[in-house]
Design a binder for this molecule. Sequence first.
Ligand code: UFG
Length: 322
Amino acid sequence: MTILVCGGAGYIGSHTVKELIGNYEVVVLDNLSTGYPFLLDDNVTFVNGDLGDEEVLDFVFTTYKIDAVFHFAANSLVGESVEKPLMYYGNNVSSTLTLLKKMVEHGVGKFIFSSTAATYGIPNKEIITEETATNPINPYGRSKLMVEHILADVAHAHNLQYVVLRYFNAAGAHETGVIGESHDPESHLIPIILQHLLGQRDQISVFGTDYNTADGTCVRDYIHVTDLANAHVLAYEGLNSGKVSNEVYNLGNGAGYSVKEVIEACEHVSGKSAVVKYVDRRPGDPAVLVASSEKIYKALSWKPKFQLVEIIESAWRWHSKQ
Ligand code: UFG
């Protein structure tokens, strides 16, 4: 079986490719706008192109016998989405529409979609289930939710089955140490702390200390990238076996850690002390985002293997080598 991985040269896409290789043929389509050639696995067929490009998609779907599409290719920074909504709706919604249109035309009927906790906005509950109301508060979250709605409509009208996976805070690196998290510029908490502890940044800024949480800093649910990758493979196998179809699942650990707690855990793992500056809130940050992942556990027996310290240890191994 051959899987087309759109965005397979990115952080979560490249880790998922690693889980697929060996059992599946993999074709990666990536325009390398935020992905990196060094994250590309040697065992994939790589097509350098844009998923909004109909000719490229026709080429891929006629050249390779694609059984399913895993779609990671997107812009994913909340702040940037507020600055550049047209880019976000163009890349995340419009290009995905083109991809879906070409899938329908070429008779490719299985789709795994990367969505996000940002679809919930500021939730009215501490533990978020898939039933929690979706009220995204930025273009990034809205772009992902729009595609979720589009998928439901397309699946109703055409021969398409999908699984939507709503990630909470992806972090960590592959156990081999050969791939890990790399963004330019970096904006995510754990890589920023580790870069600081490695002497690559002067200090860490903590955005807001007046949230309604135990220590006043934001609480997030950190989930290892390999656990996310495994969920994609399980979701695809569930679609294939008919176990699941057209479902939305949260992917998180079900445990929340504050920004201060994450800094302490990073200090513990690295054996180094951080210089911390407390600054104003970052616009658009909800106080607490913690997932219930019961639904995917019940449907597909997916359970995260890695907790916060192991996530940070794997990230530390990766960042120490960069
Ligand atoms: N933070 C800091 N200092 C930093 C960086 C982050 O205090 O230098 C804080 C943030 O304010 C936030 C927490 O650390 O409270 C985590 O921030 P990240 O930027 O690492 O992650 P986010 O929670 O903002 O974003 C993640 C995903 C997004 C997704 C979002 C859903 O990266 O794609 O969760 O809310 F949209």
